[in-house]
Design a protein around this ligand. Sequence first.
Ligand code: FES
Length: 294
Amino acid sequence: MVSAQGDDLAPFTAGSHIDVFLHDGLVRQYSLMSDPKVRNRYQIAVLLEDQSRGGSAFVHQSLRVGDVLEVSHPRNNFEIVEDATSHVFVAGGIGITPFISMAHHCIQNAIPVKLYYCARAPETTAFVDHLTRLFGKNMLLHYDGGDPSKSIDLTKLVASESNAQLYCCGPRGLMTALAEAVEQRGGSLITEHFNPVGSKSNDEAPQRGCFTVELSRSGVSIDVAEGQTIIEALKTANVDVETSCEAGVCGTCVVDYLEGEPIHNDVVLMPDEQKNSLALCVAGCKSKKLVLDL
Ligand code: FES
């Protein structure tokens, strides 16, 4: 991806993503996988999903070389912890993409880094040659053939990497299992989510309506009707809020709340952040009223 004007593109830090405006209001977030020092192009990778909600199907079937797309400035929800002495990346499938720009950063700064890359089979594993050049012997490939009983032993992984800062991006199951292993053993884990909330089971689906949101700065109260999200209610009341994924994934709509008991549903806020903040596009509410810092 290059600038239509031939200029340098906006700078980004390792682990960043961009919003890509595909067509008719369809926006998707993709990690930047190129070297952050390279300013004249962005590289993204898009896996054609069987259950595509339209984004990957559009990219694979309709986009052509030379087409012009609008993209956002890069944002980073998956930053490298600069004071960690070593980093361990755990990737599942297409979750490998943010780790490629992060590897460039670590290697350029002589920071020890290791990659565990989990996939179904060698023939469906992306970027292996490029990753081998970047990580050398510090890359471990694990193939499970799609059989959960053959998944990587995360308890062992966490035990053997106890001094490193851990990062994970991949399927929800991998990230949840690694988070549980880290919780049991102790350690620090940072995760990046790109699965839309709509892909969760029905039990986890966003809670919609019926409660009131109060905007603390104006004192205005807005009812969130049954079946509505907070974002939808705010837009109906002509309250302008920036959004992007509308799936609890990107963090664009995150705001602080001052009162009330939200049901979070997002995959972007860490538990301690959820004590003060919520994602307006997916949060529900246990209490009758939610006071927002808006
Ligand atoms: S718009 Fe992306 S998290 Fe709400």
